[in-house]
Design a protein around this ligand. Structure first.
Ligand code: ADP
Ligand code: ASP
Ligand code: MG
Length: 438
């Protein structure tokens, strides 16, 4: 048995959390590889070390002094070391990093230093080797993960280290410079390490007792999901259930390694098991597995009579978005109408150009952009066989007087997505949860 454990920022935010982590790691000899995040928030108004580092980067770029945020970072690490009663000194590391930031280090290098320093402390505290992600995780020139090279090099490095701590969140580019994943990316590192180590299990330790059926910041005490498939989890995490990075699934999915989301503050809770197929999953306790959503969407609504008869209409609409670097999220369409749901932030600066190009290319009868949309996804592997899911979603929304602006039944039959006004988001999420759980 071999396990890879990833601890998130809140699990490593201070010395007390480090002690919990050490107790968890030491409880089982199978716990050989540990991936660590940078110190996260200790309390609600606290600032994550990664955010302090990004503040240093921002100041350095403007040639302003970085002393204030940098000293906060140093203090946090010094305090963890002192409170753990360790003799380790990171002073020379601090001096180097401070100097490199002042000399205009890249954003990714700066952002990665929290994981780097925290992992050094954790490695020493556990008595494990420190294995720098810079020498183990590789990106291509395009900045995407080079899975093959990474897997190969990691396998060698892991075979040489019986027990090791690996910093999450970053790796290196072919030219040797540091590159990070997007925010929350330590989850991806954990998954990559689990795959290379051919682990039996990837444990992702955080501050909630598993993936919950809905966002706990909106729904009060949502039930944990005992078991979820990779596909369901991906749908939910993409739609904003941010407990795990949505890209963390791929490396372990191919290798068939299950993920167990666990709570560092409540290690006795079983958490959520994420498994590769419906056959491996246990029977879901409710009709739906989970509900997630996001605000910040816009719909580009295009109307043209006889649209369906015009070959290439949809393609031309999507091509224009592509030419302006905008991804589309959903594509509900009718006979003479088509809506393209996009991220408002992506559309904003390109809006006028996109609308002009659409006019020119497809000459619609009508074209409109609706902002302030929220999308909610109701996800469940049980939906294919059960009836009436959509009916219950609409009934729940009608009960709290929420107007449905758009409906998209995912082609996977795994989800139903509804578009509503952003102002209704919280009430809608709560109502749908209550419909299926209570
Ligand atoms: P970590 O620092 O351990 O990586 P994150 O902050 O990235 O942890 O993710 C855990 C947080 O995700 C929880 O504290 C919770 O607020 C949030 N969250 C949002 N949606 C969900 C959900 N459906 N289930 C569990 N947690 C969720
Ligand atoms: N520390 C990084 C962040 O805050 C990466 C992570 O926590 O996974 O985004
Ligand atoms: Mg996270």
């Amino acid at each position: 048995m071999l396990k890879v454990l990833k601890f998130g920022g809140s699990s490593l935010a201070d010395a007390e959390q480090f002690r919990k982590v050490a107790a968890i790691v030491k409880s089982d000899p199978a716990n050989r590889y540990v991936v660590a995040s940078a110190p996260g928030k200790r309390f609600a108004e606290d600032v994550k070390v990664t955010d302090l580092l990004l503040e240093c980067y921002r100041l350095a770029r403007k040639k302003e002094p970085i002393d204030e945020p940098f000293e906060k970072i140093e203090t946090r690490f010094r305090q963890i070391i002192a409170d753990l009663g360790m003799t380790l000194s990171l002073e020379s590391e601090f001096a180097t990093i401070r100097l490199v930031i002042k000399n205009r280090a890249s954003r990714d290098y700066v952002a990665s230093r929290g994981e780097y320093l925290n992992s050094m402390i954790l490695a020493e505290y556990l008595g494990y080797s420190f294995l720098d992600a810079e020498d183990a995780i590789y990106f291509t020139d395009e900045g995407i993960l080079d899975m093959e090279r990474t897997d190969e090099s990691l396998k060698v490095l892991l075979s040489e280290a019986d027990r090791a701590v690996i910093p999450g969140f970053y790796g290196s580019m072919p030219n040797g410079t540091v590159r990070t994943f997007s925010r929350g990316g330590s989850d991806i590192t954990g998954s990559i390490v689990a795959r290379a180590a051919e682990a039996d299990l990837y444990e992702n330790w955080t501050d909630v007792s598993g993936m919950l059926m809905a966002d706990p910041r909106i729904v009060k005490d949502p039930e944990p999901i005992p078991c979820i498939t990779y596909r369901e989890l991906r749908e939910l995490s993409y739609m904003g259930a941010s407990v795990m990075h949505e890209d963390a699934i791929f490396p372990v999915r191919e290798a068939g390694i299950p993920i167990n989301i666990r709570n560092t503050n409540c290690p006795e809770a079983p958490g959520t098991m994420i498994v590769s197929s419906d056959e491996m999953a246990t029977k879901p306790p409710h009709h739906v597995t989970g509900i997630a959503g996001k605000k910040g969407f816009s719909a580009i609504y295009v109307e043209k009579s006889m649209m369906n008869g015009q070959k290439g209409f949809g393609r031309r609409v999507l091509q224009i978005l592509e030419e302006h670097g905008i991804n589309f999220e959903h594509l509900p369409s009718g006979i003479d109408t088509m809506s393209v749901v996009v991220n408002t932030a992506e559309l904003e600066s390109e809006k006028d150009a996109v609308l002009a190009a659409l006019q020119k290319s497809v000459a619609p009868d009508k074209i409109d952009v609706f902002d302030d949309l929220a999308m909610i996804a109701v996800v469940g592997r049980g939906m294919v066989s059960a009836h009436g899911t959509a009916y219950r979603v609409f009934k729940a929304l009608a009960r709290v007087d929420v107007n449905v602006r758009m409906i998209d039944q995912g082609s996977s039959e795994l989800n139903i997505i509804v578009g509503i006004n952003a102002a209704d988001y919280e009430a809608a999420l709560d109502a749908i949860y209550k419909e299926f759980v209570k």
